[in-house]
Every structure is written in C-alpha cells, then in structure tokens.
Write a protein that binds this ligand. Structure first.
Ligand code: BTN
Length: 274
C-alpha cells in the first residue's frame, strides 16, 4: 500500500480501541487512524483503488484540507471532532448513489439521538439541532464505464469543538454551527461516538441491501425538517422558490413552485425561508 503524508504518525491505539468496541461484520473491521491528513475522503479513495475491503474506515485527528459539499472547506481542528470516511462496495447504478447520502443522514440523526440530542435533516445532508449545523456527509462515488466501483461516505461531526473554537475557526458562519459539547455541556468520547455511528451505519446499510430504497426514503422523511417548508433552491441553472413536498424514490427534493406544479432538485443549495 502506498505511503501518504500522515502514515508515519498513525495512531494504532485509536484504531484498536474502535475495532475492539465494534461488533459489526462489515463496517470498521479494518480501521486506519491518522493524526493528520489532507482529507479522509481522499485517503479513502486511494485505499479504495488499492482494494481495501468493503467497510474499511479512515479516521483522522485533523484534516488540513477537509472538504464539504459544493467545494466548501470543512473546519477540521485537531482531536476534538470526528472526521471519518467509510469505503462501501454496493452493486448500485450511479443514479442510486444519493440513496447512500440519505442513509448516512439517517445514521447521523440516530447516533445523535442515542446521546439524547434531537437532530433533523436539511436536504440533502445537513444535520441541524435547533437550526444549527452539527454534522454533514460528503458522499463520493468512484466509477468506471458507468459502473460504481466503490463509494466513499465522509462523515464530519462537531463533537467536542467548543463555542470559542467554532467562533475562531468559522468566523461569520459560526452562528449557524454547533457541537455536541455545546449542546450537552459535557465532552463526548470520540471512540464511543465513532463506534455508535459505525454500528448504525452497518445496520441501515444491511437493511437497505435487504429491503431496498423504500425503507430509506421513509426513514429519511421521518427525520427531515423539510416537509411543508418554503425554500429557495440555488441550482446550476438558477434559483427556484417553492414549498417542499418531500423527497422522491431517488432521493431528489420535490418542490412545488406554483400550486400543482412540481420541480425535482437533483443537486443544489437550499435556504429555508419559513
Ligand atoms: C458537508 O456538510 O458539507 C459535508 C461535510 C463532510 C465533512 C467530512 S469530514 C470527513 C470527510 N473528509 C472530508 O474531507 N470531508 C468529509
């Protein structure tokens, strides 16, 4: 396996503790933990191409080039938050890849709930608590000739970043962000949080493979804060304003710009108006 920046300072203790805690059969059977990498998603792509088994997990203490959706940077300070990517190898047509983003969002909400925190999903993948973002997912597919070779699910969760750290790192965006430590008023063990998230990921992934998209769409709708809200969607082709009807079987957002008229959003930035 090729050498990457960060390989020399892998933290075997974290990987071992996490592997020991996991009772999973696919997700997290192999865990790579790095002190710092540019982006765990990039490491996952490299390892995915090199043939790591399905379920391989890549975690970093910090990221120097953490990526969010839409080319945005993801604030990734050292040793306080979770930066975690998972390689999956489902037999899936490329158009179904967004379903894995939906699964990941459901997993994040359920993991928060296990800490007594009520989160909701803002389409497609922002996890909000009282209107502030606590976590997000960046799903990326590696494809050849129209086939999905593997997927990378990249989870970013503000776990122990304090208000002061969010303010200093995020500037003007800090007011729209929060963290578990801010919500709970106590620190959360990162190994325990990662184990909880990865266990739920495996449960939902296996349920999806067994039962198909229907259960995922239903679970997502249950946890979403979107239905009935008025939104403004910025798409590559322009802006659309309307009421959210829900998501369709492919995971696209369905908006009603005018009564009786529907518009499907495949990708775009959503602003909640009401
Ligand atoms: C978003 O809400 O915009 C998605 C954020 C995803 C961030 C995570 S952190 C781990 C993984 N590595 C990255 O570079 N990005 C994802």
């Amino acid at each position: 396996m090729g050498v990457m920046p960060g390989d020399a300072i892998m933290k075997p203790v974290f990987s071992k503790m996490l592997e020991e805690r996991l009772k999973t059969v696919i997700v997290g059977r192999v865990v790579y933990h790095y002190e710092n990498v540019p982006s765990t998603n990039d490491v996952a792509h490299r390892l995915g191409r090199e043939g790591v088994p399905e379920g391989a997990v890549i975690i970093a203490g910090s990221q120097s080039e953490g990526r969010g959706r839409g080319g945005k940077a993801w604030f990734s300070p050292s040793d306080v938050n979770l930066y975690c990517s998972v390689v999956l190898r489902p037999e899936l047509p490329p158009q179904d890849v967004p379903l894995l983003t939906l699964i990941s969002s459901v997993v994040l909400v359920d993991t928060l709930e296990s800490y007594g925190v009520k989160g909701g999903i803002k389409w497609p993948n922002d996890i909000l608590v009282d209107g502030r973002k606590v976590a997000g997912v960046l799903t990326e597919a590696s494809t050849t000739g129209g086939r999905v070779d593997f997927l990378v699910l990249g989870f970013g969760v503000n776990v122990n970043a304090t208000r002061a750290l969010l303010d200093s790192g995020l500037g003007g965006d800090a007011k729209g962000a929060t963290s578990l430590v801010e919500i709970l008023g106590r620190e959360v063990d990162l190994v325990e949080f990662a184990a909880s998230l990865l266990t739920r990921l495996e449960e939902w992934y296996l349920a999806f493979l067994r039962e198909g998209r229907r259960i995922i769409v239903a679970a997502w709708n249950d946890r979403s804060i979107m239905a009935g809200r008025r939104v403004e969607v910025q798409e590559a082709t322009g802006a659309v304003v309307g009421k959210v009807l829900g998501i369709d079987a492919e995971g696209h957002l369905v908006v009603e710009p005018l009564p009786g008229k529907t518009h499907r959003v495949i990708s775009g930035d959503v602003r909640l108006i009401s």
